[in-house]
Design a protein around this ligand. Structure first.
Ligand code: UD1
Length: 417
């Protein structure tokens, strides 16, 4: 199941239900460590990053059970605070175990967290913020050791609204002594989801969804039942798939309220979009209009996680597009693969590419090297004339439950091999 084979060039037609959000599920799963009771986390996507997080939680002593409608997690008997599992180095979001375990046990030993190879991805903001709360860090033989004799609330100002650092501060602060005032918090909806889960467990958090959070620490948290919202990035991937291939699709449960910048660009590229309580309906002409100037930015700006997908669509659009990546360096790795499919893309400095839309991409054998770039290649494949083989799909399965099934439901001719 390492490759995806696509017979492209067919307009899409159909509907698909959008899976639960990876970036919301992972911090919520980590947050279950803060409760002394069981939680049922519903609508968790069945993706390899979630399996890896479940395995880390089990390794820490949680009892975890997949059920038909979700994952039940009981963290009441957690004693270990050491995570030596190799999964840590392969999954950036294992970093939110840092804040959760500091909150729960006061100490953590973990491998340096990894994730997709899309830039240096330093963790200085996480460390500086937690240090203000009384955590001392040491690095020993590639391991990160964190310890807090007393974890205390603090007034923290993040110089950049890092999603992960915001989540770590929230996770550490709910059980800390005293209040934490966090300014410059990330506005991404996944932070708000984490706060909502913690509030359901009894935490007191004011300002969730905004840039200033007040977290009143020291409350014992109980278990709860909680549903993970739909994945705005998966919804955006299929939305742009339709913009690229043409046709009309319905994205059931797509969280359009969180997708303002995405929907605006899809409309600029020729899509006609209707939103309703049930999801997003999109209709697209056979050839998209150019994307114009696109610049990724923290939420509510255009998400970096959809930049590669837009790049793929722009490659066969009518006209020229300029795409600027402002969040991660090294996030244009997909360019080389798109060129094999006939895309004309010029790099203008490290963070900008100019895309000259060609009439039609052509099918080719291409390699996925990271999660979102891999999804972009699948989208390029459904737009292209002829057969495309995308290899290295284990990266795609980190975030997409079953991209082959989903694209087939949307009328694309896709098989896994
Ligand atoms: C999260 C998402 C990822 C998304 C990103 C931006 C998860 C699991 N991942 O990643 O899909 O692309 O938000 O929306 O939720 N930075 C530092 N120092 C730090 C922390 C971050 O310099 O301590 C830099 C990063 O290198 C990057 C930028 O800040 O250039 C954004 O990072 P951040 O918002 O922290 O993203 P993640 O939480 O890693």
């Amino acid at each position: 199941m390492d490759s995806i084979l696509i017979q492209g060039g067919v307009a899409l037609q159909g509907k698909v239900r959008i899976q639960g959000s990876k970036n919301a599920a992972l911090p919520v799963l980590a947050a279950t460590l803060l409760t002394g009771e069981g939680s049922l986390i519903k609508n968790c996507p069945r993706i390899s990053d979630v399996y890896a997080m479940v395995s880390l939680l089990k390794g820490l002593g949680c009892s975890v059970c997949w059920q038909e409608n979700g994952i039940s997690i009981d963290a009441s008997s957690v004693q270990r605070c050491e995570i030596g599992d190799r999964a840590v180095t392969g999954m950036r979001s294992s970093l939110c175990l840092l804040g959760a375990l500091i909150g729960r046990c006061g100490r953590v030993v973990m491998e340096h967290p990894g994730g997709c190879v899309i830039g240096r991805r330093p963790i200085d903001l996480h460390l500086a913020a937690l240090e203000q709360m009384g955590v001392a860090f040491q690095e020993e033989g590639g391991k990160l050791r964190a310890e807090a004799d007393r974890l205390c609330g603090a007034h923290i100002v993040l110089p950049f609204p890092s999603v992960g650092a915001t989540e770590n501060v929230v996770l550490a602060a709910v059980l800390a002594e005293g209040d934490t005032l966090l300014e410059g918090a990330a506005l991404e909806p996944e932070v708000e989801t984490l706060c909502r889960y913690l509030k359901c467990c009894g935490a007191r958090i004011e300002g969730a969804g905004g840039g200033t959070l007040l977290i009143r620490g020291g409350r014992r948290l109980c278990g709860t039942e909680f549903a993970i919202p739909a994945d705005r990035i998966v919804a955006g991937t299929y939305l742009f798939g339709c913009i690229g291939a043409g046709g009309s699709v319905f994205l059931e449960e797509a969280p359009w309220q969180e997708m303002g910048a995405v929907l605006r660009l899809a409309e600029d590229m020729g899509g006609r979009i209707c939103t309703s309580r049930e999801g997003i309906y999109v209709q697209a002409p056979c050839r998209p209009a150019a994307a114009g100037c696109v610049r990724t930015a923290p939420y509510p700006g255009f998400p970096t996680d959809l930049q590669s997908v837009v790049l793929a669509v722009a490659a066969a659009a009518d006209g020229e597009s300029l795409i600027r990546e402002t969040i991660f360096e090294n996030r244009f790795r997909v360019v080389e693969e798109l060129r094999r499919m006939g895309a004309v893309i010029e790099e203008e400095g490290v963070d900008v590419v100019r895309v000259r839309g060609t009439e039609r991409l052509r099918g080719a054998r291409v390699e996925s090297r990271e999660l979102r770039g891999g999804a972009a290649l699948a989208v390029a494949g459904i737009m292209a004339q002829g057969e495309t083989a995308v290899t290295g799909c284990q990266y795609i399965y980190r975030g997409y439950e079953n991209i082959c099934r989903d694209l087939r439901e949307l009328g694309a001719r896709v098989t896994s091999a």
